[in-house]
Design a binder for this molecule. Structure first.
Ligand code: 5GP
Ligand code: ZN
Length: 114
């Protein structure tokens, strides 16, 4: 999707602070971090949200989860712990409609979330 900002970040057309990349995934620092470590993990292929995942995306969904763990370990967050957030649609406040997982670390997080 040529007008999608995260597609353009994943392809390098828009610069970002990359922390991880493989054949399927791209991870980069959030432009407006809400924690000492705040990384967005996305599939390179455009999928609007988790609600748009299909059965055929089963393998990709697994790669995303394992990729999040890989990035968390790369950032040294496995001992302190971290939070993964995926916003879907209006009530969750999804602002960018290219599926992305917030990987948040470096401080404690409250529960329930706001
Ligand atoms: P959402 O509310 O959709 O779950 O989160 C979107 C996130 O994308 C926000 O945390 C926002 O700061 C981040 N974001 C939006 N535009 C850009 C951008 O151009 N570059 C980067 N690195 N992050 C962005
Ligand atoms: Zn996209």
């Amino acid at each position: 999707m040529s007008d999608c900002i995260f597609c353009q970040i994943a392809s390098g057309k828009i610069p970002s602070k990359k922390v991880y990349e493989d054949e399927y995934l791209f991870a980069f620092r959030d432009i407006n971090p809400v924690a000492p470590e705040h990384v967005l993990v996305i599939p390179k292929r455009h999928i609007a949200s988790l609600d748009h995942l299909e059965e055929a995306d089963e393998a990709l969904a697994g790669k995303i989860l394992l990729g999040i763990k890989k990035v968390a370990n790369q950032l040294g967050l496995e001992e302190s712990g971290y939070r993964v957030v995926n916003n879907i649609g209006e009530n969750a406040g999804q602002a960018v409609f290219h599926i992305h997982f917030h990987l948040l670390g470096g401080r404690p997080f409250g529960w329930p979330p706001g």
